[in-house]
Design a protein around this ligand. Sequence first.
Ligand code: F6P
Length: 342
Amino acid sequence: MRVGILTGGGDCPGLNAVIRAVVKVGARRFGHEHVGILRGWKGLIEADAEPLTPGDVSGILARGGTILKSSRTNPFRDDDATQAALDGFARLGIDALVAIGGEDTLGAANRLHAEHGVPVVGVPKTIDNDLSGTDFTFGFDTAVQIATEAIDRLHTTAESHDRVMVVEVMGRHAGWIALYSGIAGGADYILIPEKKPDIDGLLSAINQRHARDLDYSIVVVSEGVDLGDAGGQGELDEFGHARLAQQGVGDRLGVVIREATGYDTRVTVLGHIQRGGSPSARDRVLATRFGTRAAEMVQEGLYGRMAALRGDTVADVPLAEAVGTLKTVPPAFYDLATPFFG
Ligand code: F6P
């Protein structure tokens, strides 16, 4: 069998570990051949690919990013793009496709399978951890580790200067990174997109600390939080999503805090630092398990499905289940953090 592999959407640590596992397990256990499709769906549309052997994927386990490159190209942006993607599949002479991506990439994979019969297996990737059907996506653990370390570092300088530090982390629709890193880093307040911002609650948490002679505070905010004074939608990508890191909820929140309290306030936007660099050990293992399962699914003909973590088992679920609704933070999980505010 000849298997195509692509990585789509925002990159994240662990993509290379998945590619390595798909290729090594597929070749060694099942005799599969592989081609790496470059730049996500763009590469399928343009039939832009190169052979991938076990030798080619040696030494990439610990490397961040993706050796196949990525893009946010949408094969369903118009009929011509969809037809070109179907033609690309035929031109590359592949029998199956492993698509590694988040909601947009897997949404397109689901449609290619459901509407056009393309034999696709999905692997869930996103630092945001907001894909349904799987308990965790790889990349999330690394991003949380990076954000937590940043919060730890900001704590010491905040204390030295009696400052409020606002830390903006990624999380377009879901506050998983903010919540995990905020809890792990002992944040004094956390704002997530799932919960309407309570600015009075935030200001009172900061003021309570000052009343106790704790003249510094750490506020963690997800980039997707809607402060209600957005000032325009800004640039959109091909899937219609705002490019959030350029719209600065952290900066706006910093102004709100500074103006309301008079406290010296600084803002740190972690941005793409959370997506770069080497994956954590946990993400390397999860990515290897997902890649291994994807190779097995190809061998077993389990198309239109996605490798998924359920408890401590790697199973497979319909792609439709993964892309139907986003996995957002349940209110009870947020409530776990609130006793530590202020
Ligand atoms: O979807 C993952 C993500 O990291 C979001 O948290 C963030 O909004 C987005 O990607 C940024 O993507 P880009 O690479 O287009 O700046």
